[in-house]
Structure formats: structure tokens, C-alpha cells
Design a protein around this ligand. Sequence first.
Ligand code: SF4
Length: 471
Amino acid sequence: MSTRRRRRNPGVAYPDVKGTLRERTVDALRDPTLADNLRTAGDSWGAGREVMKRDFGFDEMRDRARDIRRSNIRNMPALLAELQSNVRANGGVVVRAAGADEACKYITDLARARGARVVAKSKSMATEEIKLNEAMEHAGLEVVETDLGEWIIQLANEHPSHIIAPAVHLNRDQVAALFREEAGTDDVPTDREGLVAHARVRLREKFAQAEIGISGVNLGVASTGTVCIVENEGNARLVTSQPRIHVAVMGMERVVADWDEAAHILQVLPMAAISQDAANYVSLITGPRREGETDGPEEFHLVIIDGGRGALRGSEFEEVLSCIRCGACLYSCPMWQNVGGQAYGSPYSGPIGAIITPLLEGPSSPGSRDLPFMSTLCGACGDACPVGIPLPDLLVRARARSSSPAKRKAGLAFRVWSLLWRRGVTYRLTMIGWRLGLRIRGRGGWVHRLPGPGSGWTKVRDMPSKWPPRR
Ligand code: SF4
């Protein structure tokens, strides 16, 4: 299989991320194809969600899921210690990585030490977060994404648009064009089934060639040292069983205590994510192949990443660690529904991305500071979250921490306002000036254009020049 991928820009994880957040948002809003693609995806998720609520008592299940995840985060150090000890007892290797560099170094060194050339990956947001593909490509490895959506965006050289549906921003014709380019022929089907069959044939070869399989982890079960991987395509099962070595990359917050807890979360996850009462495949991996077994990897490595998560325990953002990366808050968010995930410029988009990206990358990192403002604070994300994370509250807290220019301007305006209104004289003067200004600008009792900080208000609505307004 020859892979005709557009060349990556070395050192740049997401070459598709260009311009500022505002520019990317405006571009997205002007793209009618994107609007259609996002509407189709959002409508289908919304309809399924109603069925989950009506037929499966989804809202009641949420309360228990929230309690489980809160308890997991409270007990995280002890649960992680138990998970580690049980994975080792099962014959696996456990590595705790403080951040992206350590995790990427461990995995690329392992690949070099084993003489690997081809790496097959299944979908993993943790590896997107640490930019593992770029690190492995720099190390000279061929990395092939085997989840259909991930393979599509790998061919497009883009980053995921959605946590569980990475290529949701592209339609069938756009995907067919990418497949034609990759295959170097126009002889590629254009119907949905044909495209899936084409991808299956192209990727099957890679499963056979790969010496290392890399997966994410949906849950790590402390009591038995098992990692759970949920998927709908079957590719993760091949990635974790076909190559000689399996490396599972897990965010440290994904630990649960036991199978009782895991069973509940594994049911809530597909319900929230794809409106299915069960995922098509749930792989439960407890160490490498044992003596006498004929399949499964010879080596199993679990890389547990902190990446800033540990510091969130006990902070005002602790609840965000409960996230099970279902993507429901993205579909429910009017911002994401209109611009998609590409505009965010980070692996995590939507409300959860707007909160955790600044927390993981730092509030003043260029990609982070404006993200908490990518929300209308309508509350839909909080309603959609299957583990009851108070996303709107956390967005407000994230805004307070942000060093965004918008926030700085607003902060300055409020400081001046506070100074003026602290004294009776300046208060009366501002009121006289304000009324005079309104009288001059207002016509028919309404002001159509305010100066300075008030201009944002009158861009989209009028303001009464007197109170109560004249009808
Ligand atoms: S914050 Fe809630 S809704 Fe959003 S991805 Fe996480 S678990 Fe899902």
C-alpha cells in the first residue's frame, strides 16, 4: 500500500490550524458545506438522545455515573496504585508520564528498541493531546490510524473535529476525494458502503505489517488491572491483538475502582456519545498473552499520563476530571454546532475543550486564552453531560482565569466604571453625560449606535434612550 499523504510540516502538529480563533470561527461560519455536515450530525445525535432518555432512563443513570466518577477522582491516587500493581501482576509494564515529552519518549524509544517500522493506532484522544503521531513520525516510524474517522483526518492532515467523530465535518464527497488522492486512482467508490469497504482493504495490510499497536483507554479497572476500550468498528480489537506489542495510553483520571462501576460507565458512555444502548465492541485487556494462549500481544505497556491532571484535584476545576470523553457536550453546544471542532484549533473542542485546553496547556498559551469565550453559556452542555459536570459554571471560572485581550479590555472598562461610580460627584457627572449622549443619539426613543464598550450591545440590538422604553 502506498500512502500518498500530504507532507506534514515537521514540528507542527496541526498544520490545518491557521490564523486566530476569531478568524477560524468566521471562516467556519462562512462555509455552507460545513454547516450542512454539522447540521446532519447534530440532528442525528439529538434524535437518538431523545430515545435514550425516553426508553432507557438516561437521566436517572446520570446520577449514579456522576457519583462514581466523583468517587474515582477523590480516590485517584489509591486507585492508580492498585491499577499499576495489578497490571504488573498480570505481566504488563506500567509507566507514569508527567507529560507529553515523557510519554512520547518512552513510546518512541520502545519502538526503536524493538526495531519497529510500522505502528497501527486506534482512536485515542490522549495520543492526540500529547501529539504522539508527530513524535513517532520524527523518529522515522510509519504511523497509520485505523479508526475510519481518524484515518480520514490523517489523510486530510487535520486535527479531530469531534472527540468521538473526528471527521464529522467532512461529507461523503470530501472523503471520496481524499481516498482517491491516497490511492492514486480515480477508481474509488463514492457511496458510503463502498468507501468503508475501500478503507477496510487499504488498512488491513497495515494490521499485518504493524509491529506495535497503540490504543487509548476508556477505563482502567483498578481491582483487576484491566483496560477497557470501547469502539464501533473493530479496529481497536485488531490493533490491540494483532501486533506483537500493545501500548495503551491512558489519561490518569480514567481509573475506576471495580467492575460494578465500570459496567455502569460503559453503558452510559455509548448512550451519551452515539445514542446506542451498547457499543459494538468492548475490549477488556488484562495483560499480555499468557503461556498457552495463541493470540494477543507478547508485550503490554500501559502509559499513564498526568499532563496537568494531577494539579486539578482539589482545585475549582476538579470536576472536569470526571469527563469520560463522550462528546455529548459538543453536539449540544450552539457554538460547536455552527463552527465545528476545527475552529477551536485544539484536539479537544466544544465546551469540554474550552475548559480543559487552557487547564492542560496553561491559560495564557496562544491557543487557550480565548477558548473559554467560545460559549453562549446557554447551559445545554451541562444538561447533556452524562456524568453531571457543571460545564457552564466551569466555563465562567475559566473565563475569570483567562488572559484573553477581550477579558483585559472588559476588566479595564469595569475598573474605570468602578472608580467613577465610587464618588457621588463623578457618579452624577457620568449620569448627566450618559443621558445627554442618549438623547443626542436616540431617535424615536431608541439608540441605534453606542460608542466604546457599549458598541457591542448596539451592533445586534437597539437600546432605549429612556427607561421605561416608549412603546
Ligand atoms: S464534559 Fe461531559 S458531555 Fe462533555 S465530553 Fe466530557 S463527559 Fe461528555
